[in-house]
Design a binder for this molecule. Sequence first.
Ligand code: 0O2
Ligand code: 0O2
Length: 260
Amino acid sequence: MEMKNWKQILLPYTQAVEELKVKFKSIRNHYISLDEYSPIEFVTGRVKKISSILEKAKKKNIPLEDIEEKIEDIAGIRIMCQFAEDIYRVIDIIRARDGKDLYIEEERDYITNIKSSGYRSYHIIIRYPLQTGHGEKMIFAEIQIRTLAMNFWATIEHSLRYKYKQNMPVQIQKRLTKAAEAAYQLDREMAEIREEVLKCQESFQLESNIIGDIFSNIQALKNKNNTQSMTEVYEMFWTLWEEGDMAKLKEFSESLQFPI
Ligand code: 0O2
Ligand code: 0O2
């Protein structure tokens, strides 16, 4: 494999990362548009750096011509969740798509089986059928699903490991182990207050959607009505807004949609 082919080799992986990001972001948007809590907080993606691919190939004795078949995380998607419980909802969503737009190859549960470094995450290796200019190409991708706390720890640990390579000072290693434990405790604490947080977030989301609806309905009315009746509509809105009763605001929004 010559160096000049790298760009060509990585192109399908770039496409896969972009497509998968759109797909998982859409799942989040779907929940939000239905006023529902989304188990996905945010999604990121990356194509593995050439230097990391080469390092991994060397470490695992993979000949360069086998890289595409043997290195499963050239395309990587990361899904962040607020709570550990959400991870299992995301896993179910992905499993439900198995055999449809992706094929699950393997699952690695580093949440139950925490790595010795302290790393926690749930990995799903998939085969993803990519539509290219030259027909379908099946490629590997790795989906990492983790909480915000797991991500926080892993991001910092990854950058330190990258910085020190094999020579991480023992003192820093110890601190990282302690920090991993703290991140684990944080997830446990958050699970306890999850119900409370969910209630607040849902009502906030609902409120912002109702207000959004009211303003689009007012806009639609404005195009039809005269300014006289619009003043009444605004006054009514401010009165109800100050009262803060969501049921009344919803009713008001509907009355604007279907004026008598
Ligand atoms: P928005 O409007 O900010 O929600 P891209 O192709 O640029 O969308 P990419 O290249 O993967 O995505 O970018 P990156 O930097 O990895 O971040 C992806 C998305 O994750 C971005 O949002 C970031 O705002 C979001 N993100 C990154 N870190 C955090 C974080 O700590 N908390 C939260 N809530 N979001 C974070 P978008 O998709 O650009 O859209
Ligand atoms: P990059 O390109 O820097 O993101 P391995 O044998 O551990 O090298 P394996 O068995 O092929 O890897 O796959 P695994 O363990 O399922 O996934 C490897 C990826 O998981 C890593 O990518 C990290 O993103 C993440 N990961 C695994 N272990 C750790 C850890 O101890 N700390 C952190 N921060 N992340 C980890 P790379 O190789 O770092 O690639």
